[in-house]
Design a protein around this ligand. Structure first.
Ligand SMILES: Nc1ncnc2c1ncn2[C@@H]1O[C@H](COP(=O)(O)OP(=O)(O)OP(=O)(O)O)[C@@H](O)[C@H]1O
Ligand code: SF4
Ligand SMILES: [Mg+2]
Length: 364
């Protein structure tokens, strides 16, 4: 394909999506859907092959805040990097599907993928200071991002318009005195202010989805609550979607509509937040919840015995079986499918909830 033909095709993928968005408007009901379908990520190294995300399936709908929780090393960030095409090549191999409104991102050309990613998705990182450039003012960095975003949309924005937009964005993230912030360098601002600036930068491209990877871990508790309420507002008031990655069940309980629990690269349970906390099903989720210190009564936190497996030689079938107090022979032999429990979208990958028919089918 020559450059012109490729450009035309690249435009056609995003233009089709944008036209649909234009017809419906962001607040006008269901528009976009993102779906990870049997997504796996494998790293090749001298030590072998490590499948660190194993057939993950998860759907993100319009105006939803989804929390992804799990202990360190369980594959949360790798899953998100697969979505944003930020994994190292050729070491990382991605298989399965990442569908955005039915378009499989993994089947697009690099140029199509980049354009679609820049248009619809953006990311906020854990360390706000590290993600900002200390040699340029916040204003310089915001103007640069806004200019680039305008160019991609075929617009040449005036300096005054860009300045106005930067001020609006800083107000959206509830920063007082935006003009002063624009004149500042990141090291002149507090951690919470820098994280708000990072969110404003992420919003500069007007993304449909924001992926926030541990965005509050580096902040103190009060500032944490303010940043979480900001994400909540982006979803409730602006109809954006947010994927919030965190170690903290407290954080997801505060803001998430739905929660996906990951263990050793597998999405082991997914449920609405109230359902997950009221009736956790997977033994790993039950263990995680038991680890949360209670504020009342005897604050004895029970851990989950054992550690995450070596990804180059993971346990067979259910990856949790060496640590599971309920492990059965089938758990070592056949991988449990995601089983729907009730009709509220609660799904669990555990044989404790599989009926006989499911077991029989899975062992064929
Ligand atoms: N570039 C890479 N090459 C090889 N292995 C990697 C690479 N990036 C991540 N991994 C491995 O993938 C696994 C999952 O890592 P990931 O960063 O997704 O964990 P996480 O759930 O985000 O953990 P944390 O909560 O500590 O951020 C880990 O075992 C990690 O060592
Ligand atoms: S499938 Fe078996 S080993 Fe895995 S979590 Fe369920 S009971 Fe435990
Ligand atoms: Mg991570």
């Amino acid at each position: 394909m020559d450059g012109t033909a490729m450009d035309a095709r690249t435009r056609s993928v995003t233009v089709a999506l944008e036209q649909r968005e234009g017809r419906q408007g962001r607040e006008g009901g269901a528009q976009h859907t993102l779906r990870f379908d049997d997504l796996s990520v494998t790293f090749q190294s001298g030590e072998g092959t490590a499948r660190v995300v194993d057939r993950a399936t998860l759907e993100v709908r319009q105006g939803e805040l989804i929390g992804i929780v799990g202990e360190t090393g369980c594959g949360k960030s790798v899953l998100m990097r697969a979505l944003l095409d930020l994994l190292p090549r050729p070491a990382a191999r991605v298989a399965g599907r990442i569908e955005f409104d039915g378009t499989d991102l993994l089947r697009l050309t690099p140029r199509e993928r980049r354009r679609l990613t820049l248009r619809y998705f953006n990311m906020v990182f854990q360390d706000p200071v590290g993600s900002l450039n200390p040699f340029f003012t916040i204003g310089n960095q915001m103007r640069e991002v806004l200019t680039q975003a305008g160019r991609r949309n075929g617009q040449r924005l005036s300096r005054a318009r860009i300045q106005q937009r930067a001020v609006e964005l800083l107000r959206t993230v509830r920063l007082d005195d935006p003009e002063r912030v624009l004149r500042s360098y990141s090291f002149q601002l507090s951690g919470g202010m820098n994280q708000r600036v990072s969110i404003a930068l992420a919003l500069s491209v007007d993304p449909w989805l924001i992926v926030a990877d541990e965005p509050t871990t580096a902040l103190d508790v009060t500032v944490q609550a303010e940043i979480l309420s900001l994400f909540d507002a982006l979803v409730r008031e602006q109809g954006r979607s947010v994927l919030l990655i965190t170690h903290s069940l407290g954080v997801v309980r505060q803001v998430a509509d739905r929660v996906a629990v990951m263990y050793a690269g597998v999405v082991v349970e997914e449920a609405s937040t109230p359902d997950l906390f009221a009736s956790p099903l997977h033994p790993y989720t039950v263990g995680l919840l038991a680890c949360v210190p209670r504020l009342t009564g005897q604050a004895v936190a029970k851990g989950i015995p054992g550690t995450l497996p070596d990804y180059t030689a993971p346990p067979t079938a259910c990856r949790f079986h060496p640590r599971c107090p309920h492990a059965m022979p089938i758990c070592r032999e056949t991988r449990p499918p995601a089983i729907a429990v009730g009709d509220g979208g609660h799904r669990v990958a555990c044989w404790l909830y599989g009926d006989e028919r499911a077991r029989a089918e899975a062992t064929v």
